[in-house]
Write a protein that binds this ligand. Structure first.
Ligand code: GUN
Length: 297
């Protein structure tokens, strides 16, 4: 195997130590960063994400305030919890776990989150600020991917970056961050409408797979020496696994690792970084509020 493994798990651990120091500093001012978590329904993957996020908060000395609503909740019931979180001084960051049930207007729910508590960076105001490079909260998965690239010493300036996937929460913001002057990559976004996907991926110095399709990217689609970041977390049936499934990325790891220069695994790659950036954004929100209250910022 040729590729260097980008261990998100290890980078996340380093970052969580930095975060714990900031939490301790805030504690001296009597501030405990708090995350309000809203989960609607019983989607197993969402339950497991939310549980992991709350556990990480506790480990970092932060508070989390969870509300679970049944899948048949009304739009108004969901909005009421968001408004309650907006008004609660103990809550500095709000996480509405997506996807929401189909009958709920997700856009309206996200738009109701107070922008200063939008630690997911999903509100239209934060998205606009991100594009304009103003002070904002950057969505956690894209921010985590960028940290992995930077901390692994992967060159970005002038390289070809190809993002496979155009979701609002990963693909679009990632492409946007990569074209910033500070990273300076030339970016192509591929999606289900792309004809001849390998012709794009084979030119990528940085290839980011966030399409949500298990094993979509194989070794023969990768430029030798490229940095390959796998954002996919797909549950594939596996009767031999204790839970009856295992997690598989969008990249076929074994064939890709033969060709790539760097590669991130699934699990243990992007997943722990997403959670870490959520903690970082929540601590930042608490610090900004503490600064504002003490008249600093
Ligand atoms: N569902 C999948 N990823 C995310 C995320 O980063 N934040 C939220 N709120 N929901 C998600």
């Amino acid at each position: 195997m040729a590729a260097k493994i980008i261990e998100g798990k290890t980078i996340a651990k380093e970052m969580r130590e930095e975060i714990a120091k900031k939490v301790a500093q805030l504690a001296t001012q009597g501030v405990v960063p708090g995350l309000g978590v809203l989960l609607v329904g019983m989607d197993p993957a969402s339950i497991s994400y939310v549980t992991a996020k709350e556990k990480a908060c506790a480990e970092a000395g932060m508070a989390s305030f969870e509300r679970r609503l049944p899948a048949d909740s009304t739009q108004e019931e969901v909005l009421a919890v968001v408004r309650e979180f907006n008004a609660d001084d103990k809550i500095h960051g709000i996480l509405v776990q997506l996807p929401l049930p189909k009958h709920i207007d997700e856009r309206a729910v996200i738009a109701t989150i107070a922008p200063e508590k939008d630690v997911d960076g999903f509100t239209p105001i934060n998205v606009g600020r991100m594009i304009l490079e103003e002070s904002c909260y950057v969505p956690c998965t894209p921010a985590g991917v960028i940290e992995m690239i930077k901390r692994s010493g992967v060159p970005t300036s002038g390289v070809n970056a190809v993002v496979v996937g155009r979701s609002n929460i990963v693909g679009k913001p990632l492409a946007n961050l990569l074209i910033r002057k500070s990273l300076n990559a030339t970016v192509t976004i591929c999606h289900t409408g792309t004809k001849d996907l390998p012709s794009y991926t084979k030119k990528a110095d940085i290839l980011i797979a966030c399409a949500g399709r298990a094993g979509l990217i194989t070794g023969d689609m990768i430029k030798p020496g490229a940095c390959v970041i796998d954002v996919g977390v797909n549950r594939v049936e596996d009767p031999s696994a204790a839970k009856g499934f295992r997690l598989k990325g969008d990249v076929d790891f074994d064939s890709a690792a033969e060709v790539a220069g760097w590669i991130s695994p699934v699990p243990g790659g992007v997943g722990p970084m997403t959670i870490t950036l959520l903690l970082a954004n929540t601590v930042e929100a608490a610090a900004r509020k503490a600064g504002a209250v003490s008249g600093k910022a």
